[in-house]
Design a protein around this ligand. Structure first.
Ligand code: ATR
Length: 289
């Protein structure tokens, strides 16, 4: 029951209607019997800052922040977590003692999703496809692990070089390089253990495959940060070739779990949320056929 004690969290972005976060967090909140509600706020870019300050002044507990505000919102917070300083973007706000605190739970969410599957990054050769916001969040946490190598591949090579340079300055002891969409790519793919797609290629409104899969086999783990569709073309092809595959739904759930912990101090009911989102995505997939 919503009453005068109900605590409010939510997500701010534009567009934001496609977001699965309200379904995910409200399922978790009701499972734990908390008198909280998670709402979605689509705001005009020019009003985003005042909306966040208003949310603080209204006594909301916190917010998730999504596109296109993840980077500019860094300037609007009073206290930045290390994850925000490192990546230059945030996805979670906590309002405390009239202060706005910013966090980025994408990186830790990615790591925790691997940990839950007992996949270690130590000694792995990682191929990261993409150099945008999602790729950055993952790149910095991967570089912090004891990986054998981190290779960045991006359609616009300059962006891959820039990201690789930043990562090298951050972690000089890690081998960090770039790859290109050329004849040498097949070799890079076969010499990688973990392949991460952090581009928009393969998402429902952006169908396709970000790399050829001919050289992928049972030695590979392929992680697609996209979760809609649940099985992207990259994951389908890689699985057929024997690779172990991980859907972006896992990172979505784990970044949500970290935001939830920041707001409530409680553990996220991962299996319940996973089931809810999987059912939901399957139902909209069936309807869109
Ligand atoms: P996000 O925050 O979701 O990462 P983004 O910052 O816009 O979004 O980054 C999108 C990524 O997908 C980029 O790496 C982009 O490559 P460019 O840097 O060359 O733009 C990549 N991308 C988008 N469309 C692509 C396509 N058709 N082929 C290959 N890469 C693509």
């Amino acid at each position: 029951m919503i009453d005068s004690e109900t605590k409010v969290v939510g997500i701010i972005g534009n567009p934001v209607r496609h977001s699965l976060s309200p379904i995910m967090h409200n399922r978790a909140l009701s499972h734990l019997g908390l008198n909280w509600v998670y709402l979605s706020f689509e705001v005009e870019p020019a009003r985003a800052r005042s909306a966040i300050e208003g949310a603080r002044d209204l006594g909301m507990v916190g917010l998730n922040v999504t596109m296109p505000f993840k980077m500019e919102a860094v300037e609007w917070v009073d206290i930045k977590d290390g994850s925000v300083i490192l990546t230059g973007s945030l996805n979670t706000l906590l309002f405390k003692d009239s202060k706005i605190m910013g966090f980025n739970t994408d990186g830790i969410g990615f790591l925790n999703s691997l940990r839950e599957k007992s996949i270690s990054l130590q000694g792995r050769k990682v191929l990261l496809i993409g150099a945008g916001g999602a790729a950055r969040a993952v790149a910095f946490v991967v570089a912090q692990q004891e990986v054998a190598r981190l290779t960045v591949l991006n359609r616009t090579p300059q962006k891959a070089h820039r990201l690789a340079q930043e990562l090298s300055s951050f972690k000089p002891e890690t081998e960090i390089n770039t790859a290109s969409y050329d004849l040498g790519l097949a070799l890079v793919i076969s010499d990688s253990d973990l392949i991460i797609n952090a581009t928009s290629v393969g998402m429902k409104d952006h169908p396709g495959i970000p790399i050829p899969t001919d050289d992928i086999d049972q030695r590979h783990i392929v992680y697609d940060l996209a979760y809609w569709p649940l099985r992207t073309e990259l994951l389908r092809d890689s699985e057929e070739r024997g690779a172990r595959v991980v859907s972006g739904l896992e990172m979505l759930i784990h970044q949500g779990a970290e935001s939830f912990r920041i707001w409530t101090g409680k553990e996220f009911p991962l299996p319940i949320v996973r089931e809810e989102l999987t059912e939901y995505l399957k139902s909209i997939e069936d309807r869109s056929r």
